[in-house]
Design a protein around this ligand. Structure first.
Ligand code: ISJ
Ligand code: MG
Length: 455
C-alpha cells in the first residue's frame, strides 16, 4: 500500500501516480455490522461505515490508499481538486458498472473551517479517504472494490494482497462489541447555553438576523475505551430511517444516526432535504398524532422551517433546469422526535455542477447555520464558545463518476478514548423560549445517549 510516496519527491521527474481499482462480486457475505466489526483487528482507526435511510447502499471501507486533509480555506474546492487529479489517472478493472463501486472517496468536512480545533484535532478541518478495501452493499448484491496507488508502471502487487485480506475478513468471526461502563454523563454549561439562546433571541428581535442555530455539548466518561462498533450496532437497532455513519481517525471516531440529507446526486438528478421544526413523539398513537398535528400548524416551527426551504430553493435554483419544492412540509418521524420535512428534487443543468459545488453552496443551510448566513455564523462563534468539529457538517461519499451523497452530520458524537462528546442544536427564531429550546436539544441527544448506554 503506497501511503505517501515521499521518495518520489526526490526524483527529478517523478513518475505519475496512478490509481488502480478492481471490482468483483462477493458471495456469502456476513451482515454489514459483522463485517465492519470483523475488520477491527486489522483496520481499527482506519475504517468507515455508511448507510442511507432507505438502506439502498451500505459502504464499509478499510484502510486507505490516500487521505486528503482539508488545509485550504475552501475545503470543498481543495478536496474536489485533489480527488479529480487522482481520479483523472485511473485504471479500473471493472466488469461491473454499479454506482458506488470502484474508486470512491469518503469523509467529512468540519462545520466551521475558520476555527482552530480543540477536541477535534485529529479530524482537523475535514478528512477524506480512498479506502484500500471497500464493500458496497446494494439491494441484492455485495461488491468488493480493492484500490492501490502506484507510479503507473507496474500493476501494484498490493492489489492482490488487499483482495486476499478482504476475502479473509468475510470468514472472520466478529468480536462481541460491548460498551465499557459509564462513569458519568455531564451537561456542559446548560445554564450559560440558555443565556446564549436568550441573547440570540434579543439579536433577532432587534432585527440583526432572522434565525440562528445554537448547539450544546454533553460529555460522557467510561471506565475503558469506547469503540464505535457497539454504538453502531445499537444505532442500527434503535434508529431506522436515518443515515448511519462512522468515520474513524487514529483512535477516535465520529459516529451518528442523522435524519438529514444535505445533497444526493445521481447523474443529473439531485435530492435535498429541508428539515427544521421539531416536537417529541407521543407515548401512544393518539398523543403522537396530536403532537404531529400541533407541529404542522405551529407558527414558530413553521417559521424555522420556512427559512430553510427558501434558502435551499434559492441556492439550488440557478444550478437546475428543473426544481420541485412542495408548498407545505410533511412530518418526518424518528424514534424520539418528529420534524417538519420538505423534500426537494431537481435536475442540474450542466456537468460542471458537481456534488462538491452543490454541497459548498448549501452548507450550512439555516437548519444548522442561520439567516443571514454570515451574521448567524458570527453569532454561533461568539455565543456557542465550542468547536462543532464535524458535527452539523457535510459527511458522505463521491464515486469516480461524480455520483454521491452528503448527509448533515447531526445526532452524532465524537468517541475519544474513554470519553464521548455529543452535540445537539436547535433553530432559534424571534419567539424562541430558551427553556423550550433546551428541552428540544434534550430530545435530540436521546438517540446517541441511548446508543451510548447513558439513558
Ligand atoms: C441542529 C440539529 O437539528 C436541526 C434543528 C432542528 C430544529 O431546530 O427544529 C431540526 C432538525 C435539524 O435540522 C441537531 O439535531 O443537532
Ligand atoms: Mg427547532
Amino acid at each position: 500500500m503506497a501511503k505517501n510516496n515521499s521518495y518520489i519527491l526526490k526524483e527529478k521527474n517523478p513518475p505519475v501516480q496512478k490509481l488502480y481499482s478492481k471490482v468483483v462480486n462477493c458471495q456469502a457475505v456476513p451482515g454489514p455490522f459483522q463485517l465492519f466489526n470483523a475488520g477491527a483487528h486489522l483496520f481499527y482507526g482506519n475504517r468507515f461505515y455508511w448507510q442511507d435511510p432507505q438502506r439502498e447502499i451500505v459502504f464499509i471501507g478499510f484502510g486507505d490508499v490516500r487521505t486528503f486533509r482539508v488545509t485550504e480555506a475552501d475545503g470543498f474546492a481543495q478536496i474536489e481538486k485533489e480527488w479529480n487529479e487522482l481520479a483523472g489517472r485511473m485504471e479500473i478493472d471493472q466488469e461491473i458498472q454499479e454506482m458506488g463501486t470502484g474508486p470512491l472517496l469518503f469523509g467529512g468536512f468540519a462545520f466551521d473551517q475558520t476555527l482552530g480545533k480543540r477536541e477535534w484535532a485529529a479530524f482537523g478541518q475535514g478528512i477524506f479517504r480512498i479506502p484500500q478495501i471497500l464493500f458496497t452493499f446494494k439491494k441484492d448484491a455485495v461488491y468488493l472494490t480493492v484500490n492501490a496507488i502506484s507510479n503507473g508502471q507496474d500493476l501494484p502487487g498490493g492489489m492482490r494482497g488487499a483482495e486476499e485480506t478482504a476475502r479473509r475478513l468475510l470468514t472472520k468471526s466478529p468480536r462481541d462489541p460491548a460498551l465499557p461502563k459509564v462513569k458519568y454523563v455531564r451537561e456542559i454549561s446548560a445554564a450559560k447555553w440558555k443565556e446564549s439562546v436568550a441573547n440570540a433571541v434579543r439579536l433577532i428581535q432587534k432585527g440583526e438576523m432572522d434565525k440562528v442555530v445554537l448547539a450544546r455539548k454533553m460529555e460522557m466518561a467510561y471506565d475503558g475505551a469506547v469503540n464505535p462498533d457497539a454504538v453502531l450496532l445499537a444505532l442500527s437497532e434503535q434508529q431506522h430511517e436515518s443515515y448511519l455513519f462512522v468515520l474513524e481517525e487514529e483512535n477516535e471516531s465520529f459516529v451518528g444516526a442523522s435524519p438529514e440529507r444535505l445533497i444526493r446526486k445521481t447523474d443529473r438528478e439531485i435530492l435535498s432535504t429541508c428539515l427544521a421544526g421539531s416536537i417529541k413523539r407521543g407515548r401512544d398513537e393518539a398523543e403522537d398524532l396530536k403532537l404531529g398535528g400541533m407541529l404542522l400548524s405551529d407558527k414558530k416551527n413553521l417559521n424555522e422551517h420556512r427559512f430553510v426551504v427558501s434558502m435551499i430553493q434559492n441556492v439550488l435554483a440557478p444550478f437546475c433546469s428543473e426544481l420541485i419544492v412542495p408548498d407545505a412540509p410533511v412530518l418526518m418521524k424518528m424514534r424520539d422526535i418528529q420534524h417538519l420535512y420538505t423534500p426537494v428534487t431537481g435536475t442540474v443543468k450542466d456537468k460542471e455542477t458537481t456534488i462538491f459545488k452543490l454541497a459548498k453552496a448549501l452548507h450550512p443551510t439555516p437548519a444548522l447555520g442561520g439567516i443571514p448566513r454570515k451574521c448567524a455564523l458570527e453569532a454561533i462563534r461568539r455565543l456557542e464558545k465550542m468547536d462543532r468539529g464535524l458535527y452539523g457538517a457535510p459527511l458522505g461519499w463521491v464515486d469516480y463518476r461524480g455520483n454521491g451523497e452528503f448527509c448533515v452530520g447531526i445526532r452524532s458524537g465524537l468517541l475519544k478514548e474513554d470519553h464521548a462528546y455529543l452535540y445537539a442544536g436547535c433553530g432559534v427564531v424571534a419567539d424562541s423560549v430558551p427553556e423550550e429550546e433546551y428541552k428540544e436539544t434534550g430530545v435530540k441527544f436521546t438517540p446517541m445517549l441511548r446508543a451510548l448506554g447513558g439513558k
